[in-house]
Design a binder for this molecule. Structure first.
Ligand SMILES: [Zn+2]
Length: 243
């Protein structure tokens, strides 16, 4: 199977035409999609699949496919519950319009980019990361005390800098030669395809990442530390939220 992951080249795509190539108990697989499957700490997209006759199937979540023979980009679009009679009309071979819940996804993109900025503000290894529409939560490996006000000011400065966010790639070999680029220890970059996807926040941060981001830090907007806690003796948890 092979899903073309359109969001990887253009995170701002809200919809696409696609063909259903598999339907099983997990959900629906498409030949191409704008839906981001949960991974790298970022939540999966929700949205709608619509047939030519206007029949709409509400998608609650998107996850990486796990059936035998599934490829790394294969994404299962998981229908919301209570739609059995609607879902029965979606079968292999049909064309659909796949449309994400853009309001929700755009918050993922803003908070995900804010997480990269936080990595620049707090230069410690990261051993956990979760990004939803409501918050970005990162666990930093450090026993240093962190000052909330200082972090808020530093984040605001990086947002105001209007730094460009771009996608680059690097060979597996080059990445192995630059292990410092791997900031998130719990989220290993996908290697084995020969090239690794890098996200560059101009002059601020560069790290391997497969998620969706805004194109300029100004789009992050008003972001602040909502909560900080000592998670373990060696880790500090920081939770960011949008105002
Ligand atoms: Zn990222």
């Amino acid at each position: 199977m092979k899903t073309e992951a359109l969001f990887r080249q253009d995170a701002y795509l809200r919809s696409c035409e696609a063909r259903i190539i598999r339907v099983d108990g997990e959900g629906l697989l498409l030949d191409r999609t704008v839906f981001y499957p949960q991974g790298g700490g970022q939540a999966g997209d929700s949205g709608w699949l619509t047939l030519d006759d206007g029949t709409r199937l509400r998608i609650a979540d998107t996850r990486r496919a796990k059936f035998d023979g599934s490829g790394p980009d294969d994404a299962m679009h998981m229908p919301d519950v209570g739609q059995d009679s609607v879902q029965a009309r979606f079968v292999e071979g049909q064309l659909v319009c796949a449309e994400i819940d853009w309001e929700r996804r755009y918050r993922h993109m803003r908070l995900h980019t804010a997480a990269h900025l936080l990595c620049a503000v707090l230069p410690f290894p990261v051993d956990g990361c979760s990004i939803t529409a409501d918050y970005a939560r990162l666990d930093f490996v450090t026993s240093d005390p962190l000052a909330r006000d200082t972090i808020d000011v530093a984040l605001a400065e990086l947002v105001a800098r209007r730094a460009v966010v771009s996608i680059d790639t690097m060979t597996d070999a080059a990445l192995e030669a630059n292990p410092d680029l791997v900031r998130t220890m719990s989220v290993k970059p996908p290697v084995g395809t020969g090239r690794v996807r890098l996200v560059r926040v101009e002059g601020v941060d560069l790290q391997p990442c497969g998620g969706t981001h805004v194109a300029n830090t100004s789009e992050v907007g008003a972001v602040r530390v909502a909560r900080m806690e000592k998670k373990t003796a060696r880790t500090r948890r920081v939770v960011l939220t949008l105002e």
